[in-house]
Design a protein around this ligand. Sequence first.
Ligand code: NOJ
Length: 722
Amino acid sequence: MNAPPRPWLDATMPVPDRVAALLAAMTLEEKVAQVHQVANPAPDDVGGFGTCIVASGEHAGNVRDAGTQARSVNALQRRAVEGTRLGIPLIVARDVIHGHRTVFPIPLGQAASFDADLVRECARVAAREATADGVRWTFAPMLDVAQDPRWGRIAESWGEDAWLAAHLGAAAVEGFQGGPDGGRLDQPDAMAACAKHYVGYGLAQGGRDYAEVDVGPHVLQNRHLRPFRAVVDAGVATVMSAFHTIDTVPMTGHTALLGDHLKGDLGFAGPVVSDWDAVGELRQHGVAADLADAARLALGAGIDIDMVSEAFATHLVDLVRAGVVPEAQLDDAVRRVLALKFRLGLFEDPWTPEDRAASVQLTDAHRALARRAAASAVVLLRNDGTLPLRPGLRRIHVTGPFATARAELFGTWTLDGRAEDAGTIADAVRERYTAPGTEVTVDDHRFGDETLVRAREADLVVACVGEHPLRSGEANSVTSLDLPAGQVEALEALARVSRRLVVVVLTGRPLALERLAHLGSAVVLAFHPGIEGGHGIADVLSGDVPPSGRLPSSLPWTTGQVPLHHDQLPTGRPLDPDGDVGRYRDHRDTPAYPFGFGLGYADVAYGEVQLSRPVLAPGDVVELSVQVTNAGAEHAALETVQLYARAHRAAVSRPVSELVGVRRVALAPGETRRVAFELDRTTLSRRDARGDLRLEPGLFTLQVGPHAGAGPTITLEVTAAP
Ligand code: NOJ
């Protein structure tokens, strides 16, 4: 028998025409297969699904699994392409969150770099490595704006600020997809990105994962939808809906936010995938009577792919035949999936060369990037001059649970990193201080009394403390943001006997470091820094690399202060920043360290701010500039110049501080540079409840400085649109 003609294989045809031709040839069962996603299929499972996830979803990214390889992906692909009637290739997906074999800092750590170029490069490398294992779709970046550090998934976020999440998220999409404007997905080293979790998931009540969310339209638009809008504009290929309910409506069945807003107002044209089993979970939410009802509800709301619940696979054929679900709805979902497969070039070349992984994974260049990223994530919180470590120290003692840790440096959602590929912090310090006369001693603090003896003998102690990765990530919330039990006591004991104590905190979330505020000589926050964390941290401690990390989240004094973020709304009764009165009777109202904060080794001074003109009229662009000087004589600085705006009058209340621009500038000792920002009306606009940009005339205070709430200010007048 002759094979049926396959006009969709003509690569010169436009994608929509290829999709239409293929769709017209499909049976109902074949269509449903395309919207069904299975987990970890065996190589001989085939035919009933269009995409698959290779990941241990049941462990929510907290446990490493066997992984996937080109050979097994090719075997699956062969069954799909050669063993089914229409030969439609599969897409193999996996959670490639912050690196693949080369593990970069957790996203929260990458965010501390405030460096979109770095984030883009890390995602590019992750894509290059993961595609070599046959993975063409990652469930990243996570774009949930996270203002409650009790929520463990803050580790996967870009922190508390929507502007930062939008910029870094878009950069990550470009990195995964291989370029701007949707990338070049048909290149074999590019992968489809997935913006998740649409939308508002970071607001989980009490920081309890999956818990309900209650949020009004203005905050939703300006804070939580903003990064999604940015990545849709950047051409993100896919979006994942979130697990939670928003104002009582589960996101998996939220027609207004999925079908109407995302696919309608925002014009998102790719497929929306549910989160793991979330279609089936509509029953637990109490809005679907059974799995068939869940399938009807989710597809109708705008879910195009059912991740693993089987609801679509089991029920959509019958629901369409019975007239309960219009076939046009299913067709729209199938079209989106097929278009992605065409864009990925899978019909032309579904195969992954089986020798590619060995040459592209964990190369020296990838390791060098991981080292740079780890150093860029380090935030210097306090320093009495002990850092950078001076040459000529007689004995450095490295201790603490992270001193000799390897896989624990990776952080949550590391499915493909291998402990044996990671160096330890202790090894990195040892490697750096090899001069005769300097000795580096090490213990992992199993015996606290031994540690104290060694500490007393040393000139300087580096104590590497913090959270195990199992305490952050999905389903890992905490009620206390203090260091894990016993660590502060151990540090206090160390401080009593050490000449100088440097505390390095490794963590998946912002912690309340109140008890470290006066303890030791220096405190640095390194997040979970990835495979080259040891070297990256040693680079900063030694001064080989200037500390440049900035806090992507405010650090509270104590857990009871959260949520705490710089872009809060004014109250009708503002506090006098210099006054004694606060709202809490037992603590301060302000954070221990504000958003954007981070010290360097050099003092950086800001000159006066200047505007090219004091008024922003319609169609205008105003340039704001400031002179920034490295006032020190000894150390280079890498300054993150931050621009914040405050509107004094608008239709609705606007935050006391809105981040609207960032510039990173390298300054040699004594060097002054002029840093400029261009402001147009979009820079200062906010969205109204429907999502339209608005800018009311009035005065704005602009502040340029090293962190939120600091630096010189200037006033700009915005005039009315004609
Ligand atoms: C559940 C998580 O919420 C999501 O982020 C992840 O991509 C999926 N599981 C798949 O592993």
